[in-house]
Ligand binder design. Structure first.
Ligand code: S3P
Length: 742
């Protein structure tokens, strides 16, 4: 059946205010019902409703309105529901479906039960989350619900067919319909809608009644206007909401009053840190909220849900650029800065989603962090024992580093935490950190097969130092255990099978915390402290790698990457490209904050295939996707072995790269622990990035040598490690653009 064919013979709307009027008008225009009848006791409302074409017929008699109706919408104030329902229960309404638009649901459901002596199966409680500061039938707007949520709270007794009809009706007026449990609805709305209305009414009243005359409002700035807009809403409706949702509103109001008195105390005592803590946390929560709003299309035009890259072939790369800050070092700067005593100033911080997730985690644990502002972050450290329990689970999005490093640190706290992440992270192995942490005495539960979420019961953990020999070369596991070691009795040693990035060890020393490194073993003892310091985060060699390969494969290229971190545990990409014949020179080598950096100049040079030395694997672990592109452009065969870890990154990077290269016409044969790639000519294709940021950027670089366009799908996660990638790539000459899909 087409959505235009009338499936509702007669719709009766009881109560023609803003909501009832808008519903009637919208449904009438949608063509979903044959006839719309309005019912309202006010003669003026009746006249206006007919003259504005909101309804077909108006009456003040309920029995007449519902006669023969298929759907009855109750849009009267919540406290009037009981009376209307009582009357309705005495009428013969046949099989008519009854729904309502009341803002609180328990009160309406109680009223239905009182009136009918039970919950009729044809009753579907509903609540549109839409409104306007205008009220009354004159304000009725057929588009009021478009792209707004409507929450239905079906009960056990509710018939599926009734629910489907009500859902269909709301969808016909453009609403985004969701189901929710009744109790959850009232609790959530008390906090997100009822409380703000109460505050807005109260603030305007306070100001108005305290001033001699209303002149004060002439000086009211934008902030006042924004904050109090909702105080112009319908007073009767809101009176009823507060009476009907009393208990849930009181709970929200008590929480708010408690927090407000803490803020009052902070103002009184001049506690700048407490004020900044609340404001920075609130600001970042608000920014997050704005993004959700934009994605959920409450603001109409923007609906970015997936991003594709389209890269055109050819071009060479030229210029001098600085890629964003190192992801690994950015994560650690927030963690150690938070655990330090005193202030830590960070420059060059990566404002990507992964490191921001770490930043947010520490804000949630009570650390006051200012910024990031153009890469500058100020962390007001709380000391090793100053973290507070977060208000809920810590969500780290796509970031494996956040989850694994935090696991160690949280095992040493006195509170319980839950660590969760997005769908991709939820598939990644966490047993590699949970198991050794348990051996140290940590009480940790994981999801199935050692996957997230992690429940870390700090209070039930008594960490004891241990000597751990890692079965895999992982800097995340090493760092996790060293961080747990800061809280463990005695000393904690970690021995690695091959050198992995040593940023944790270097940075701990930078904060004045002693770390012994002997051969492959790093050791920390508990009982020392970290002291706030300055950190200059170098540009990320893992992000620079995309441009190193770009300049190496595109004829005529000459590109300089500035201030790149060249820590010896990270320079596998330079070593491997040089071994393939790459022309790479380092200049301006210096040390900043314990990390070596240099400017890296890369010029085009014909590459040849090689057998990648296995000792380079951990040193280039994140750069293999783009190194595979270099291999595809090289003459001859490149063989990688000993890299099974690539299968458990943000995607299975061996399989996903092999699939993409094959689509481009390259012979790429995955093996259990690596890949064999024959250099050749690349064509165009549509390649799936599998939501993996580094896969997406690697295929973008491949376009430089492709013979036709490469379209890369699902690139939204590029922002986790490389915000601004497209703009920077374009600035050096790569022909690439981004396409946003709703
Ligand atoms: C990282 C370590 C590596 C790397 C990741 C960042 C770190 O992971 O792939 O991107 O910051 O410690 P593994 O420890 O799993 O090898």
């Amino acid at each position: 059946m087409s959505s235009k064919a009338p499936i509702i013979g007669r719709l009766a709307v009881i109560g023609l205010g803003l909501i009832g009027g808008s519903f009637a008008k919208g449904l009438r225009q949608s063509g979903l019902c044959h006839e719309v009848v309005g019912c309202d006791p006010d003669p003026a409302t009746c006249r206006v409703a007919v003259s504005l074409g909101i309804v077909d017929i108006m009456t003040d008699d309920l029995a007449e309105a519902v006669q023969g109706a298929d759907l009855i919408m109750l849009a009267v104030p919540v406290l009037a529901m009981e009376r209307v329902l009582g009357q309705l229960a005495t009428l013969d309404i046949g099989q008519a479906v009854i729904t309502d638009a009341g803002s609180t649901k328990s009160a309406v459901v109680d009223a239905v039960r009182n009136a009918f002596g039970r919950i009729p199966p044809h009753f579907v409680p509903g609540h549109p989350i839409a409104g306007s500061e205008r009220s009354g039938v004159e304000a009725a707007d057929a588009g009021l619900f478009r792209n707004h949520k409507v929450i239905l709270t079906p009960l056990e007794e509710t018939a599926e067919t009734s629910l489907a009809l009500v859902r269909r009706a709301w969808q016909a007026v453009g609403a985004d319909v969701e189901d929710m449990r009744l109790a959850d609805h009232d609790e959530v709305l008390a906090a997100t809608s009822h409380l703000p209305h109460l505050l807005a009414f109260s603030l305007v009243d306070t100001l108005a009644s305290r001033s001699e005359n209303l002149e004060i409002f002439r000086y009211a700035a934008g902030g006042f206007r924004d904050f109090t807009r909702i105080a112009a809403s319908d007073p009767v409706m809101w009176r009823d909401v507060f009476l009907a949702n009393r208990d849930a509103v009181l709970r929200s109001l008590d929480d708010f009053t408690h927090d407000l008195s803490r803020l009052r105390a902070a103002v009184e005592e001049g506690d700048a840190n407490a004020l900044l803590g609340v404001f920075t946390r609130a600001r970042s929560a608000r920014e997050h909220f704005s993004k959700i709003l934009a994605r959920r299309a409450y603001m109409e035009p923007m609906q970015t849900q997936s991003i594709n890259f389209i890269a055109n072939p050819g071009a060479s790369v030229q210029g001098r650029i600085r890629v964003p800050g190192d992801k690994s070092i950015s994560h650690r700067s927030i963690m150690l800065g938070s655990l330090a005593e005193g202030v830590t100033e960070v420059e060059g911080f990566l404002e990507g989603e992964d490191s921001l997730a770490t930043l947010q985690a520490f804000r949630d644990m009570g650390v006051v962090i200012e910024g990031p502002d153009h890469g500058r972050v100020t962390i007001n450290g709380v000391g090793l024992h100053g973290l507070q329990a977060p208000p809920g689970p810590i969500y780290v999005g796509n970031s494996g580093t956040s989850m694994r490093l935090l696991a160690g640190l949280l095992a040493g706290q006195t509170f319980t935490t839950e660590l969760t992440g997005d769908a991709s992270l939820t598939k990644r192995p966490m047993g590699r950190v949970a198991n050794p942490l348990r051996e140290m005495g940590a009480n940790i539960d994981t999801g199935e097969e050692g996957r997230p979420p992690l429940h870390i019961k700090g209070a039930e953990s008594h960490l004891k130092g241990m000597d751990y020999v890692m079965p895999m070369a992982s800097a995340q596991v090493k760092s996790c255990l060293l961080l747990a070691g800061l809280y463990a009795e005695g000393s904690t040693s970690v021995t690695e099978p091959a050198p992995t990035r040593d940023h944790t060890e270097r940075m701990l020393k930078g904060f004045g915390y002693p770390v012994q490194v002997e051969g492959a073993t790093a050791t920390v003892d508990s009982g020392h402290k970290l002291t706030g310091c300055k950190i200059d985060v170098p540009a990320d060699i893992s992000s620079a790698a995309f441009f190193m390969v770009a300049a190496s494969i595109a004829e005529g290229s000459d590109l300089t990457l500035e201030h790149v971190g060249i820590n010896p545990t990270r320079i596998g990409v330079i070593n491997i490209l040089r071994a393939m014949g790459g022309d790479i020179t380092l200049s301006n080598e210096r040390e900043v904050g314990g990390e070596p950096v240099a400017d890296v100049r890369v010029r085009y040079a014909p590459l040849k295939g090689i057998e990648i030395p296995e000792d380079q694997v951990p040193l280039a672990i994140d750069e293999f996707p783009v190194l595979f592109i270099a291999a595809a452009c090289a003459e001859g065969r490149t063989i990688l072995r000993g890299a099974e870890e690539l299968r458990v990154k943000e995607s299975d990077r061996i399989q996903v790269m092999a699939d993409g290269l094959q689509l481009l016409g390259i012979k790429a044969e995955p093996t259990s622990d690596g890949i064999i790639i024959e250099g050749g000519v690349m064509g165009g294709a549509t390649v799936d990035s599998h939501m993996d940021h580094r896969i997406a950027m690697s295929f973008a670089i491949a376009s430089l040598r492709a013979t036709a366009d490469i379209c890369i799908t699902d690139c939204i996660h590029v922002a986790t490690s490389f915000p601004g990638f497209i703009d920077l790539a374009r600035s050096v000459g790569i022909n690439i653009r981004q396409e946003d899909n709703a």
